[in-house]
Design a protein around this ligand. Structure first.
Ligand SMILES: *[C@@H]1O[C@H](CO)[C@@H](O)[C@H](O)[C@H]1NC(C)=O
Ligand SMILES: *[C@@H]1O[C@H](CO)[C@@H](O)[C@H](O)[C@H]1NC(C)=O
Ligand SMILES: *[C@@H]1O[C@H](CO)[C@@H](O)[C@H](O)[C@H]1NC(C)=O
Ligand SMILES: *[C@@H]1O[C@H](CO)[C@@H](O)[C@H](O)[C@H]1NC(C)=O
Ligand SMILES: *[C@@H]1O[C@H](CO)[C@@H](O)[C@H](O)[C@H]1NC(C)=O
Ligand SMILES: *[C@@H]1O[C@H](CO)[C@@H](O)[C@H](O)[C@H]1NC(C)=O
Ligand SMILES: *[C@@H]1O[C@H](CO)[C@@H](O)[C@H](O)[C@H]1NC(C)=O
Ligand SMILES: *[C@@H]1O[C@H](CO)[C@@H](O)[C@H](O)[C@H]1NC(C)=O
Ligand SMILES: *[C@@H]1O[C@H](CO)[C@@H](O)[C@H](O)[C@H]1NC(C)=O
Length: 596
């Protein structure tokens, strides 16, 4: 009997799938020459990851956009007509006479168009990457598209999208925030642009004013974002520059782990990186977040360190320009030299862990060594500092500064070496040096609390993928969790220090920590004699994931490495965290057998 039902079930599923296949064989992800897309219709990408359709802003206007399917609240990643909405539902999208797709308002006037050259048999296709293509029907590869939405970013960077400069054509792509986050998609005040002058870096601006710069790319990461390190496992950043262009992008090795970068108008303009974990967007990374992140916070020759007090200090050989303001913790006037430079007798001060100064008007040469760089700088009396461009493999390349040095931070660990020109008399002034060292020592201790999460070292609990037929929601229930590096967690919890310990139970201990990108976490470290095997542990994680309730502590991932098993939760202040962590575990154990 049971067997019969099982077969019947399969039969029904096959029939339904077949029916579905027939009815949708025109494809839900494409729009061909004669079809139109009305404001109440959508395109769905092949694996149902993204939707193209119309949404309404808080001004009740209609916008054509792309968002994630099955994710609530609606998360829009691209908007076609952000500054030219259509005002009622009679508008629609179609392929126009010249082979472009056009968005028409109710009186038939174009509100927006793809603006390409003629295509014979144009089709519009929405891909599972979130990219919208205009291509020729005969092209089945997606390689010869005529137009793609990825080349027109709004406020969101998806894996595979890039921002930067094509220096051959002089064209540029950047992110522009919404006017009001989540409400008004029209172009907002904030932009994130790559500046190609000197040594390229990204600048976050409000209108024309720079709020934040991330420091130049040092081969591994931006010099001002210590936690941003290429991670082999899941997420990779790619920054390239040469005489033809400067590009920034990121990619993921496991596309089912949804990830996006946005420029938000919240928090006075913020770069944010999110990952979809267990039914919520988790903000893993955001910047600016600390006072030192704000552009030129300590003025010329001032160095900012978040863990120091006060956060602004003058470099060795310099003193505050405006001592009164400095005493009042306003470092924006910066510092002046104790001794004027002499040129021929000057020496260079070696600083470590620095976010390199502003690089828009520097000299650079990618093939020079540090020694060549140093002697060139010494010979040129207007050269005030130099450094390597690339820190990999012992360092290479030369960047030289002329004039004042701005916007330097200390990041421990992170940053890179910088050599600053000083009058010989200021090099040996060991008392200030000692002071500096003492501050450093304290800084080191403190900053250990906020150590690196290189961009979330993530590996992934692979689960065999379920064949997804259209309409199959089971994928959403799969356990998709980042796998954290042991080192990342060790640094986040200050080497599992007693100070960070929140509690202890039969299973092991729970620690509080902070990932360098900002996320506060609680780490449950199972004792080695907990007797659990890897598979049991994985089952338990799944179980906790299932048991999770919106109001409980959120599971962020886990770590299985070096005989260690750890569970990573979001840390929430003012919560009975212990009871939740420990209670959940008890619950999980009790229900172990029922669930599996
Ligand atoms: C879409 O709106 C049109 C009227 O503009 C209506 O006839 C049609 O039934 C609607 N379709 C859906 C799926 O709601
Ligand atoms: C869609 O999902 C199937 C099965 O999971 C996978 O093999 C295929 O590569 C996916 N297609 C795209 C475009 O992601
Ligand atoms: C349609 O667009 C045209 C041109 O932009 C404009 O003049 C007209 O008022 C719009 N019609 C409606 C109903 O929005
Ligand atoms: C399309 O091209 C026209 C003429 O070159 C230009 O005025 C218009 O801004 C373009 N539209 C878009 C959406 O790029
Ligand atoms: C930015 O520019 C817009 C438009 O010119 C203006 O309305 C807004 O007040 C400006 N914002 C700031 C912070 O200056
Ligand atoms: C990095 O980006 C450049 C330029 O966009 C591209 O040519 C290159 O293939 C990318 N590298 C990787 C590893 O994705
Ligand atoms: C630099 O120092 C040398 C040696 O002390 C001295 O002879 C020279 O005059 C100084 N030059 C300047 C420009 O001060
Ligand atoms: C860069 O430095 C190398 C080695 O000193 C030199 O051969 C090359 O000409 C320099 N390139 C430029 C563009 O200055
Ligand atoms: C120092 O370098 C700058 C920038 O490359 C250059 O303009 C200037 O001529 C150099 N000065 C000397 C004395 O070499």
């Amino acid at each position: 009997m049971r067997v019969f039902f099982t077969h019947l079930n399969s039969l029904i599923i096959i029939l339904i799938s077949f029916f579905f296949f027939i009815t949708s064989s025109t494809s839900l992800d494409t729009l061909t020459g004669t079809q139109i897309l009305k404001t109440n219709q959508t395109l769905l990408s092949e694996n149902q990851t993204f939707v193209l359709g119309f949404f309404r802003g808080s001004n009740t206007n209609y916008y054509l956009g792309i968002w994630y399917n099955n994710i609530s609240p609606q998360t829009i990643v691209w908007v076609a007509n952000r500054d030219n909405p259509i005002d009622n539902s009679a508008g629609h999208l179609k392929i126009g006479d010249n082979g472009n797709f056009v968005l028409l308002n109710s009186s038939g006037n174009p509100a927006w168009s793809s603006n390409q050259t003629n295509a014979k048999n144009p089709v519009i296709q929405l891909l599972d990457t979130g990219n919208l293509l205009l291509k020729d029907l005969s092209d089945t590869t997606n390689n010869n598209y005529l137009w793609q939405s990825f080349e027109y970013p709004t406020d969101t960077l998806l894996p595979g999208m890039k921002v930067g400069w094509n220096l051959d054509t002089g064209t540029e792509k950047h992110l522009t925030s919404w006017k009001v986050e989540g409400e008004d998609p029209s172009s907002g005040d904030y932009t994130l642009k790559i500046d190609y002058h000197g040594l390229p870096e990204a600048l976050l601006r409000r209108n024309q004013t720079i709020i934040y710069r991330n420091g130049p790319w040092n081969g591994e990461r931006f010099s001002g974002i210590p936690g941003m390190k290429d991670n082999t496992n899941d997420l990779k950043y790619n920054f390239t520059y040469d005489e033809h262009g400067v590009w920034f992008s990121f990619s993921v090795t496991e596309p089912s782990l949804l990830s996006r970068i946005i420029l938000s108008s919240d928090s006075d303009g913020q770069y944010q990186r999110y990952m979809w974990i267990q039914g919520r967007w988790n903000k893993f990374s955001y910047t600016p977040k600390d006072p030192c992140d704000y552009y030129r916070h300590c003025g010329p020759y001032g160095v900012c360190e978040n863990d120091a007090s006060p956060i602004c200090t003058c470099m060795q050989g310099f003193r505050p320009k405006n001592q009164e303001a400095w005493n009042l913790r306003d470092g924006s006037d910066g510092c002046v030299r104790n001794t004027v430079l002499n040129c021929s007798t000057d020496k260079f001060l070696h600083l470590e862990n620095m976010k390199l100064p502003e690089t828009s008007s520097v000299f650079m040469n990618k093939s020079m060594t540090l020694d060549e760089c140093g002697s060139l700088c010494k010979r040129n009396c207007s050269c005030t500092a130099y450094a390597n461009i690339d820190i990999r493999n012992g360092g290479s390349g030369c960047v030289m500064w002329f004039g004042q040095l701005f916007d330097m931070n200390v990041h421990r660990p992170g940053g890179q070496d910088l050599y600053v020109r000083l009058a010989a008399a200021d090099i040996g002034s060991s008392s200030s040096n000692k002071n500096h060292r003492a501050v450093l020592a304290i800084g080191i201790t403190l900053s250990a609390l906020v150590l690196v999460l290189g961009l979330v070292a993530i590996c992934y609990l692979r689960k065999k993928r379920q064949q997804s037929s259209r309409g199959d929601q089971r994928n959403m229930d799969d356990l998709k969790l980042p796998m954290f590096n042991f080192d990342t967690l060790m640094m986040a919890t200050n080497n599992f220090s007693q100070d960070n310990k929140l509690g202890e139970g039969g299973f092991g201990s729970v620690y509080r920590g902070r990932l360098i990108e900002g996320q506060e976490i609680a780490v449950k470290r199972l004792s080695e004699n907990s007797g659990q095997g890897i598979n049991e542990f994985k089952n338990e994680i799944k179980l906790i994931a299932k048991l999770q309730h919106r109001n409980l502590v959120r599971l962020l991932g886990c770590c299985i490495e070096k005989n260690e098993k750890m569970v990573v939760y979001e840390y929430m202040k003012n919560r009975g965290l212990d009871s939740i962590l420990f209670g959940l575990e008890a619950l999980a154990r009790r229900n172990y057998i029922d669930f599996d």
